[in-house]
Design a protein around this ligand. Structure first.
Ligand code: ARG
Length: 406
């Protein structure tokens, strides 16, 4: 497949999704916040909402690919399946050799599709037949209080974050929290071993020590990338990305705009406070400070030039995207309460499917009205359950191909 993502808004042709499954039913109040949820979605409604999202995409000419199908197809080779299971268990930090063997045998006994679904939903201790006479305090403790031998991955429907597609390549991210770190391996295997993705250049690898997440990376144009240095993305990761992506890469990109954004859950990634909706229109959190701290990174003969850009967001966008005029649309119409409420429910997290046409959550109706006033066509999707995971239509999707424009 010729991956091709050179903008945030070019006509969307192919997109990657994960339909939420049983992993959401493995959320419990005891460890909700460790798994980065604020509430427990009702799975069947969440799936209905997700199917609605996928249908809106299809009705607009977008081909929807599902991660689990791509991975199942990839792992149909037995040797690769074995390699994957072993690496997945190691990456899950299963060091207890008894549990490791138990999980490995169990996963091998499943057909590939079931195996893929199972590693996502997690494996509870009571799902396995275990000989209780074996000396294992870990097993006994699990009977009492710890239900999982393999924890679930409830955040997987936020496909934006684990692997980011940039230009014709991919960033296989190191996620900040252990709750999400393993998600990356699913698409990593597809990219590295599915023949459809052969030859995809990689700009980051999950074993690098510094965290970076896809919600912090925006492709503003075929020359300019925006990156958030945030709660989830470290400055060192951006340095590595700059080197691999700008310097060693033969693609069209020339510049990275790095925004320093506050370390706070509501602002978690750049795309929770800033998304692009048209050539010259941007949707932002009303409370984003005008003079956001910004660094511009460009390549030079010796290495990099970088400097602090002391301009307003509007001027920065005008200057670096070569625009005469930029319109900033404010989430919640900057109302003192609505702006926070709607941003919390991902009002600023729109997914453009072509210039000036976006998908957003229906619950953020004040923001949606503002977008329409600015001439943006807004397609809304139901959002009572999906929003409980703190991510919107952009977070919940990863474009693979967008039509280019110049
Ligand atoms: N690109 C995004 N804004 N992703 C939102 C991810 C939400 C997820 N619960 C997390 O905390 O990681």
């Amino acid at each position: 497949m010729n991956l091709s993502v050179y903008s945030e808004i070019g006509k969307l042709e192919k997109i990657l999704l994960h339909r939420p499954g049983k992993e959401l039913e493995n959320l419990s109040p005891h460890y909700l916040s460790d798994l980065l949820f604020d509430d427990i979605p009702f799975l069947y409604k969440a799936q209905e909402e997700h199917d609605y999202f996928a249908n809106v995409l299809r009705e607009n000419g977008v081909e929807v690919l599902y991660l689990t199908e791509l991975l199942t197809e990839t792992l149909n080779d037995l040797d690769l399946k074995e390699k994957f299971v072993k690496e997945f268990l190691q990456f899950s930090e299963i060091y207890n050799s008894f549990i490791y063997a138990l999980l490995k045998d169990y996963l091998f006994s499943l057909d590939t599709k079931e195996m893929v679904d199972t590693i996502i939903s997690g494996i509870r201790s009571d799902e396995l037949e275990i000989n209780r006479n074996i000396f294992s305090l870990r097993v006994r403790r699990a009977d009492i209080e710890l239900p999982f031998f393999l924890p679930p991955m409830p955040n997987l429907y936020f496909q934006r974050d684990p692997v980011a597609i940039l230009g014709k390549g991919a960033c296989v991210n190191r996620m900040k929290t252990s709750a999400r770190r393993r998600e990356v391996m699913l698409m990593e295997y597809v990219i590295k071993y599915n023949t459809k993705f052969e030859g995809t250049p990689l700009y980051y690898e999950k074993d690098y020590p510094y965290p970076i997440e896809g919600g912090d990376i925006l492709v503003l144009s075929e020359k300019v990338l925006a990156v958030g240095i945030s709660q989830r993305t470290s400055p060192e990761a951006v340095e590595i990305l700059a080197k691999k992506f700008l310097k060693e890469n033969k693609d069209t990109f020339e510049k990275i705009i790095a925004f320093i954004i506050p370390d706070n859950r509501a602002y978690m990634h750049l795309d929770t406070i800033f998304t692009m909706v048209d050539y010259d229109k941007f949707l932002v959190h009303a409370n984003l400070k005008e003079d956001i701290d910004t660094f511009i990174i460009t390549k030079s003969k010796e290495g990099f030039d970088f400097y602090e850009e002391e301009e307003s967001l509007e001027n920065i966008l005008k200057k670096h995207l070569n625009l005469d005029h930029v319109e900033i649309i404010k989430c919640g119409n900057a109302d003192i309460i609505a702006s926070h409420r709607e941003q919390w429910n991902d009002g600023s997290n729109s997914l453009a499917i072509e210039p000036g046409k976006v998908i957003t959550y229906d619950r953020n109706y004040i923001t949606n009205r503002e977008l329409e006033k600015s001439g943006i066509e807004v397609l809304t999707i139901p959002s009572s359950e999906l929003s409980r995971g703190r991510g919107g239509p952009r977070c919940a999707s990863m474009p693979l191909i967008r039509r280019r424009y110049s």
